[in-house]
Design a protein around this ligand. Structure first.
Ligand code: PEP
Length: 249
């Protein structure tokens, strides 16, 4: 049975006090039901405090980014070793905003994944096509291209990964992929994983959907056979909305 996951990516939102309040509200109401994982992914400034709050409630904590070097003269960056020293569980890699605004290359993403794995932190690898690719019917090809770097990982390394399919045209736009569009892309991702690593690893790989996932559409998306939960942006900034999405798992 693969792990069902809901992860809340706060992006560059919430001042320190607001972030602590949000995580406390979530921690107060959340009760772990099965083997699901609920992950809070705040900005770096919150990580230490949110980790404390989350730990007591059975929530996991992720970072939004990581630098691939271990340490040194990289002003403004945070390494996997530093995240591991705070017992951070997950980190996003390849979010479309990082690809677009910070020009992260595929090779950078692979180095980040390797750096995280070396420290025992699970990468959540984001992929997804732009609107143009979807309109030109190139969405499967685009995502397959983005996934190519993952095939350089060993089976053991890959088994630690979570994949998030986030069509760029659905992120923060209010326009969600239909459950059919999500299911067919997730199934094609799982088929590629199977081709490279075999059936057991493919069956165990959690593939999350991200892109305007809200309390009113989460259940239908999560019901799909190959959708194992969600990566949530906007709706993760409100504890009631986020917990309603968690309950939809
Ligand atoms: C995201 O940025 O990962 C995301 C899914 O955002 P939103 O839910 O706001 O579309």
């Amino acid at each position: 049975m693969r792990t069902k996951i809901v992860a809340g990516n706060w992006k560059m939102n919430m001042n320190f006090e607001e972030g602590i309040q949000l995580s406390s509200e979530i921690a107060k109401t959340y009760t772990k039901k099965n083997q699901e994982e609920v992950i809070l992914i705040p900005p770096y400034i919150h990580l230490s405090k949110v980790k404390e709050v989350a730990l007591a409630a059975g929530l996991k904590v992720g970072a939004q980014n990581v630098h691939f070097e271990k340490n040194g003269a990289f002003t403004g960056e945070i390494s996997a070793e530093q995240l591991a020293s705070m017992k951070i569980d997950y980190a996003l890699v390849g979010h479309s905003e990082r690809r677009k605004y910070f020009h992260e290359s595929n090779q950078d993403l692979l180095k980040k994944i390797k750096a995280l794995l070396a420290e025992g932190i699970r990468p959540i690898f984001c992929c997804g096509e732009e609107l143009e690719a979807r309109k030109s019917d190139l969405h499967f090809k685009t995502v397959a291209e983005q996934l190519k770097i993952l095939w350089e990982l060993s089976k053991e390394e890959f088994a630690q990964l979570v994949i998030a399919y986030e069509p760029v045209w659905a992120i923060g736009t209010g326009e969600t992929a239909s459950s059919l569009q999500a299911q067919e892309m997730h199934a094609s991702i799982r088929a590629l994983v199977k081709e490279h690593y075999g059936k057991p690893i493919a069956e165990n790989c959690s593939i999350l959907y991200g892109g305007s996932c809200k309390p009113d559409n989460a259940a239908e998306l999560f019901e799909q056979a190959d959708v194992d939960g969600g990566l949530i942006g906007g709706a993760s900034l409100n504890s009631n909305d986020f917990l309603a999405i968690v309950n939809a798992l």
